[in-house]
Ligand binder design. Structure first.
Ligand code: ZN
Length: 223
């Protein structure tokens, strides 16, 4: 029950003793309005668990105090957009790693073709290989430039979030932490609010992106 009372206190609920002889007390979600939720507090804790649960539910579903909850919703929003940027940075780092792999493959193939071209006495093969080698090197250059741009994007985003790393695991771990923090904040605001439902949905989508990134990290480092 202490938990539930703490939750109510954090949400600004009021405590008032009844003015009759019963000595009973009630909690109110707000003081200065006719429209409010209330919750009776029984001195004897007859059914442990039950009242605590229903008080928590009342606190969380109360929509009378929306203005007061606004800063929390905004905080969750900020946290989630930070998580979004961290995941985007991890995605850029992965993109860069994959492009570097392709560059290495193209250069290895070019080298092999060059060896064949040098060994062959057939002019036709030698010429065809030279054309293909030029193509491969041109493509490798393009991928290399794209990789550099992706790395720069990641670095800038991470610097803005106060993280310095080349390892995509780091921003992904940080994003997961931030999402948990945002969800803890959302646990404290009324669930019925549409914006809260949207933010919870956003958190789930971000988690989905994280699991894709994690799978790709595993497959990139394996090769
Ligand atoms: Zn209320």
């Amino acid at each position: 029950m202490q938990d539930a009372l703490d939750l109510a206190r954090r949400h600004g609920w009021w405590y008032r003793k009844a003015e009759d002889h019963t000595g009973a007390a009630q909690l109110y979600c707000r003081r200065d309005s006719e429209e409010h939720c209330f919750f009776p507090i029984f001195g004897t804790g007859k059914s442990p668990g039950g009242p605590a649960r229903s008080l928590k539910r009342k606190v969380r579903t109360c929509t009378h105090r929306i203005e007061e909850e606004e800063p929390k919703i905004e905080q969750a929003e900020r946290l989630l957009s930070g998580a979004d940027r961290l995941i985007a940075a991890a995605e850029s780092l992965l993109h860069r790693a994959r492009l570097h792999e392709r560059v290495d493959e193209a250069l290895a193939e070019a080298e092999e073709l060059e060896t064949i071209a040098r060994a062959t006495e057939l002019l036709e093969v030698a010429e065809a290989n030279v054309v293909r080698i030029d193509e491969l090197i041109e493509r490798a250059d393009e991928w290399d430039m794209e990789a550099t741009a992706a790395g720069r994007d990641a670095r800038e985003t991470l610097a803005a979030e106060g993280v310095e790393t080349e390892d995509p695991n780091v921003p992904v771990d940080a994003a997961e932490e931030v999402i948990r923090e945002a969800e803890a904040v959302l646990d404290e605001v009324p669930r019925r609010l549409e914006r809260v439902a949207d933010l919870r949905n956003t958190a789930n989508l971000l988690r989905g992106r994280i699991s894709v990134v994690r799978t790709e990290i595993a497959s990139t480092t394996r090769s």
